[in-house]
Ligand binder design. Structure first.
Ligand code: PLP
Length: 392
């Protein structure tokens, strides 16, 4: 037996365990300190009533012989794929049902899609970014290069024609920076990918947070993207499915003459047996008029938190990205502090927990991520503490 040697190329993932250890140590030393967490990337509001109703009625169906569902289509039920077709059609993107593949979440698909690509491909990944892209490619022994996201480019790097890449990851709105590409920026990437013969793996997990008119919510809104992009999306942040698990991936028919779509279908039918019927009915309920109203309400709640944190940082004169089109705010650490140093400073002096930017890549070393997924009252209290601590 020989193990996969590439796992040794992974950097140990200390980020969230170190945060948990530091917070626990602080709370042991200061048991009465009212710590507020603005660090988590998980949602906190419950599922919408119409989603819960769909879960209940689908569960009842499973207990009756006439309506029982066993194995379903590996690619997902028609009712959910058609609902997603409608969601995209509202934005002028017309998808065939065969282009939509239902899964148990974006994370699995982002990792699994790599089955389709040869090991010798060069992979271009923005830094900082969601760590899953780097780790899944390192596990497979692929060469990874980085596109620097910095204060200078507003954490929205553009393609460098001198750089050769085969697979390109883009995440917009971005985790952790909250920055979102406009049409012109995204079009640059599409044109570059087509010129290179590269494929863009586009993570749209936070598209539902886009509020600014005119910003693309899908890469497939761009000219020529159907010939060079695969899009990943999720019900996790759109409808609070982080613990319920459902997502979808769009593999356009126009991509590589249909070869990648055929290969993805083959991959999924071989290694995946579909998402539970009950969960797909719950996801379908998100797209009903009532489901949309209810899920938009939850998103608006988080957006109010994001707005308040953005106002606070603006008032304090702290440079940041995100907040408007994203549940994340990416702030520059004050006084030139390193991100772990600022983590300790904030915990000690304001009893606030955030996420050090260093955990998302080297360009995060002096930045810090705050999230808007928390309780509104606690977020207000956190904003007041930030003001007290960092004012002037
Ligand atoms: N993509 C990004 C950028 C994320 O931040 C996350 C989760 O935080 C995911 C994908 C994972 O989504 P899912 O819950 O659908 O697996």
């Amino acid at each position: 037996m020989k193990i996969n040697p590439y796992y040794q190329n992974l950097e140990s993932s200390y980020l969230f365990s170190t945060i948990a250890r530091k917070v626990a140590a602080f709370q042991t030393a200061h048991p009465d300190a009212p710590v507020i967490r603005l660090g988590i990337g998980d949602v906190t509001l419950p599922l919408a009533p119409s989603v819960v109703e769909a879960l209940h009625s689908a569960s009842d169906e499973q207990g009756v012989q006439e309506t029982f569902h066993g194995y379903g289509d590996e690619q997902g039920y028609g009712f959910l794929r058609q609902a997603i077709q409608g969601y995209y059609a509202d934005r002028g993107v017309f998808l065939a049902e065969e282009e939509i593949f239902i899964s148990d979440g974006a994370k699995s698909d982002l990792g699994n899609i790599l089955d389709l690509f040869a090991q010798e491909n060069t992979v271009l990944i923005p830094d900082p970014v969601y760590p899953v892209y780097v780790d899944t490619n390192r596990m497979a022994g692929r060469r990874v290069i980085f596109a620097d996201a910095t204060e200078e480019n507003g954490f929205l790097p553009l393609p460098d024609p001198a750089v050769q890449a085969d697979l390109i990851y883009l995440c917009s709105p971005n985790n952790p920076t909250g920055a979102a590409y406009d049409r012109a920026g995204l079009q640059r990437w599409v044109d570059y990918a087509r010129e290179m013969g590269a494929v863009i793996l586009y993570d749209a997990a936070y598209e539902c947070f886009i509020t600014e008119p005119g910003l693309p919510r899908s890469i497939l809104e761009l000219d020529g993207a159907e010939a060079c992009a695969i899009e990943f999306c999720s019900f996790s942040k759109m409808a609070g499915f982080t613990g319920t698990r459902c997502g979808y991936t769009i593999v356009p028919a126009a991509l590589a003459g249909g070869e990648l779509q055929r290969m993805w279908r083959r991959r999924q039918t071989t290694k995946f047996n579909g998402v539970p019927y009950i969960v797909q009915r719950a996801a379908q309920a998100v797209f009903t008029a009532q489901g949309q109203r209810e899920t938009r309400e939850a998103i608006a709640y988080y957006q109010q938190n994001a707005g308040l944190l953005a106002e606070t940082l603006t008032e304090l004169g702290i440079w940041f990205t995100g907040g408007q089109n994203s549940p994340y705010l990416w702030m520059k650490c004050p006084g030139g502090m390193e991100s772990w140093e600022f983590f300790d400073y904030l915990l000690e002096n304001a009893h606030l927990v955030g996420t050090p930017g260093a955990g998302f890549g080297k360009n995060g070393a002096n930045f810090f991520r705050l999230t808007a997924f928390g309780d509104q009252q606690k977020t207000q209290e956190a904003a007041a503490r930030l003001k007290r601590l960092l004012r002037g």
